[in-house]
Ligand binder design. Sequence first.
Ligand SMILES: Cc1ncc(COP(=O)(O)O)c(C=O)c1O
Length: 226
Amino acid sequence: MVSAKTKLISLTNPNNPTGSLISEEMLYKIADIARTCDAYLLCDEVYRGCDQEGNGFSKSIADIYEKGISTASMSKSFSLAGLRLGWMAGPIEILKAVSIRRDYNTISISMIDDHFAAIALESKDKIIDRNQKITRGNLKILDEWIQNEPLISYVKPKSGTTALLKYDIDIHSRDFCVNLLDKTGVMLTPGSAMDMEGYLRIGYANNVDILKTGLNKISEFLSEYS
Ligand SMILES: Cc1ncc(COP(=O)(O)O)c(C=O)c1O
């Protein structure tokens, strides 16, 4: 789809809702494509640090491409969404332009949020380690559950905290989610909200007991259809 008119290519890596991860090799190929039309490559990397393997951090687009712009925040891999604090890395002219725009509409984030985020970043390794234990352990639980649920299938996530589940039932995804919520109190996101009818998004980075209880309740709900 890239043409001489392309100014910016936008990616989300790692991805929400699928939990997919673009390989480093593929990122270099995408950078090559962007270079053909001198386009910026904007990458939402808010889930960077949540990979299922290695140290959890795959390469940032800002380190791959001279016109790569990476955005991220405290919200996902640091599990501190309440701080409302994020950052970007990229070419200096973009950072200057964004700073001017930010001054215009935000001026400053809360100093208290800034203070707590600084403390969290000083303990980055501990926080990331805690969170990876949760996402890696919980994905095993989700994966086992899916292997035993004939009506559900998925492509196993490689990163992130969410997965996209395909269900083999003839029902609109919104009706599925509303019925599930009414009957069990479990909430999934309908694929229809993401232009992905026939799918459900699950967030699996919860407390282990809550995840297991929720999955059992979904199984009870599904047994009415099987
Ligand atoms: C891919 C992605 N980027 C950004 C955000 C929002 O992040 P923040 O809360 O830091 O604005 C979300 C939240 O769901 C997300 O899934």
